[in-house]
Design a protein around this ligand. Sequence first.
Ligand code: ACM
Length: 520
Amino acid sequence: MLPAALAAAAVLATGACSGDGATASPSGTWHSLVPLPAEVAYRGAGFTIGRDTAIAAPPEAGRAAGHLAAAVRRATGWTPRIGGEGEIRLELTGERPGASGGAGSSADGPIVGDPGAEAYELTVDRDGARVRAGTPVGLFRGVQTLAQLLPRRGATLPGVRIADRPRFAWRGAMLDVARHFFTVEEVERYVDLLAAYKINVLHLHLSDDQGWRLAVAGRPELTAVGGATEVGGGPGGSYTEQDYRRIVAHARERYVEIVPEIEMPGHTNAALAADPALSCDGRRRRPYTGIDVGFSALCVGRPAVDRFLADVIATMARLTPGPYLHIGGDEVETLTQEQYNDLIERAQELVGAAGKRMVGWQEVGGARLAPGSVSQYWQTGRTPDDVHRAVRRGAKLIMSPASRVYLDMKYDEETRLGLEWAGLIEIEDAYGWDPAELVDGVGDDRVLGVEAPLWTETAETMDDLEYLAFPRLPAVAEVAWTPQEARDFGDFAARLAGHGPRWSELGVDFHRSPAVTWPN
Ligand code: ACM
C-alpha cells in the first residue's frame, strides 16, 4: 500500500489520448472523465505542458493549484511553478451561478450548500488551459477534471470546452469505523480517493454496538471501554480530539466535509458497556462483537442519558466546523414510538442549540423534525410514512438506497467479503437509478443528495474497503453529480475503464466488474 499522504487526485489523472484505457464515448471522442461533466465538447488542438509551464492562480485558489501541480508532476515528472503568469490559469470570477449563499466560498465556510457554488468552466486550447469559477471550491472541482484529462504518463491535454456543475449539493460516502476501526491515515487515504471523484461529504459512523470511536471530554470510559472492541473481538481503537481534528483538516483541504455520526438511541451497546448509568436497569452491558442489530437502547428520560446526550452532541459540535451532525436513529426495536420520538426530539434540540443541523436515518421521520433537519433514506419499503412525514415537515432527503449504494453488499455470489441482505450489487445496479424517482412526490428539489455507505462488519483492512468501494463509488459519484439525462451506463463503463490502471498504480484493490473492459 502506498503512503496515505499520497494525493490520490494526482494519480487519478486518467488517460485522454494515452492509449492506456482511454475509451471511445458514443460521440466518438476519447475521454475518461468520471463523473461526466454537465457539458463537454472536445474540439481542436490541445495543449502540451512543458517544463516551463506555470500555473497562475489567485491566493484563494492555493489548494486547487497545489493539487493541480501534484497531478502534473505525477503525469510528467516535473513540477510546475505556481504564481504570476502562467499557461494554466485558475481564475476566480466572483460570480456564482444560482448562488444563495454559503457553500465553500471561503476556507472556513461550509462545503455542502448551493451546487452553483461548485460550478466551473474549463477550456483547453493550443495556448493553454483555463479553469474559471465563482469560488475556490469550484476551482478545486475543476482541477479534478483537469487532472483526469492528463494522460497517465505524458504532457498533452486534449482540446476541450467544459461547463460543469453538480446536480446535488450532498455527494457523500459513509465509512463505518465502529464495526472495525480504521486509523487516521486510512481515513485520510479514503478522503483522497473521494475527492478525486468530486465527493464532498465523508460521513463517519463513529459509534455502534461494537465500538465507540470518538473521545468525549469528561467521559474517558467511552473510548477506554467502548473503544476497545470491534466485530470479531479485535482490539478496536478510537480517535482523540487531535486525531479527529486532523481528519477534518485533511478533508477540508480537499473540500470534503466531515459529518460525524454518534448513534442513538439504538446501536448503543458500546456506550452501555462503558457507562451502566445509561441503561434502565443500571447494569453494565458486556462488550458485543457480533453483527446482530436492534437489541440495544439508551434509557430514554433518565437524567444520566440527558447529560450524556448533551456531552456527546456538544463534543461533536465543537470539533466539527461543518453544519451537519448525524444522530443515527435507525433500527430501534426495544423502545416505544413515544420514547423514540422523545429522544430524537431532545437530540434535535441540542443539535439546533449548538448551531448545527440534525441528520438521521429515515426512521427519524417518526419524530417531529425541524424543517432544517435531514432524513437519510436507506431502505425501500421501510417506514414509508416516516419518510413522507419528514418531507411534509420540510426536511430534505439524502438518498442511500441499500439495494443500490450499500458498498458492503457483495458484487456477486463469489465476492470474497461483504453481506447480501440488501441484494448483490454490481456496478450496473449502483449506477442505474435516479434519486428523484425513489420516493413518490420527492423530486430534485427535496433531495439534498446521495450517499454511499460502507458498513464494515466484514471489512477489516484498507484493501477490503477499497475492494468494496471500487468501482461502485465512482458510479455513485456520477449519479450524484451528472444530470440524469446525460447519464448512460455503456458510456460510463467505457469511461471508467481508464481508471483501472490508475487504481492499480495507487495500490487500490478493485473489483473487475465484468461489464467493464478493463485494460491490462
Ligand atoms: C442502516 O443500514 N441500518 C442505516
